[in-house]
Write a protein that binds this ligand. Structure first.
Ligand code: PGA
Length: 256
């Protein structure tokens, strides 16, 4: 973390878990425990149908609500899709873009991710754009090439004043939901590479200001060590965010 230059962000990603009717109890548990957070921004990314309940549950707290995906289109005949404007109107402030599960199960390409990044910014949401290599790519020794291509394509035609507000999450696919975590040194190496790509696309000032998260089996036991790395500015937490108690322990690690 480097709070002098950029924000620390801890974001939960519920994925397709919990019901809208579960949100109230989660909100009460988190509200009690997260009351003392000063040094980091908190986000909980919930299924779209749970956004209104989450907005209500987190009212008057520092916890913002995020969505997990959005349409690349602003409006129109796209049955089943949800636009940035609709998410914003429902109370979301953030949106995850290009999560590896969207890339793997829903055919999202680097180009789709770029279109969705534009749509999220145009719609007034703060995107959390995910990048990460698969186990096979890691074994082939091409992790950095994959990450560079993902970041460069995602940021294509994103103007500098907008780029600095985008949150990037490095989520190695082999670490998501597996209990395997990148070592702090491995995660730092890639996060520093991501910052270097942003520097090459924009400038040193913007690269210094961009918040980069690590995600992939981050939990109370490994959070502090990961967050101690200079280029890791927070976390995107899946499994451990479903339990308010565990999520608070991760938040506490970031709130030092
Ligand atoms: P995990 O998920 O913490 O359960 O590995 C992280 C994510 O996919 O965002």
């Amino acid at each position: 973390m480097n709070r002098k230059y950029r924000k620390t962000v801890i974001a939960g990603n519920w994925k397709m878990n919990l019901l809208p009717s579960d949100v109230k109890a989660y909100g009460e548990a988190l509200r009690q425990r997260a009351g003392k957070v000063k040094f980091c921004d908190l986000v909980v990314c919930v299924p779209a149908v749970s956004i209104p309940a989450a907005v209500k549950a987190f009212r008057d707290t520092r916890i913002a609500v995020g969505a997990q995906d959005l349409s690349e289109h602003a409006s129109g005949a796209y049955t089943g899709e949800v636009s940035a404007a609709q998410l914003k109107d429902a109370g979301a402030k953030y949106v995850i873009v290009g999560h590896s599960e969207r890339r793997t199960y829903h055919g999202e390409t680097n180009e789709t991710v770029n279109a969705k990044l534009h749509a999220s910014i145009d719609g007034g949401l703060t995107p959390i754009v995910c990048v990460g290599e698969t186990q096979a790519q890691r074994d082939m020794g091409i992790s950095k090439d994959i990450i560079r291509a993902q970041v460069k394509t995602a940021f294509y035609k994103i103007p500098a004043d907008r780029a600095r507000k985008i949150i990037i999450a490095y989520e190695p696919v082999w670490a998501i939901g597996t209990g395997l975590t990148a070592t702090p040194a491995e995660a730092q190496e890639i996060c520093s590479e991501i910052r270097a790509v942003i520097r090459s696309l924009y400038d040193a000032r913007i690269a210094r200001a961009v918040t980069i998260l690590y995600g992939g089996s981050m939990n109370p036991a490994n959070a502090a060590e990961l967050l101690a790395q200079p280029d890791i500015d927070g976390g995107l937490i899946g499994g451990a965010s479903l339990d308010a108690g565990k999520f608070v322990q991760v938040i506490n690690a970031a709130n030092q």
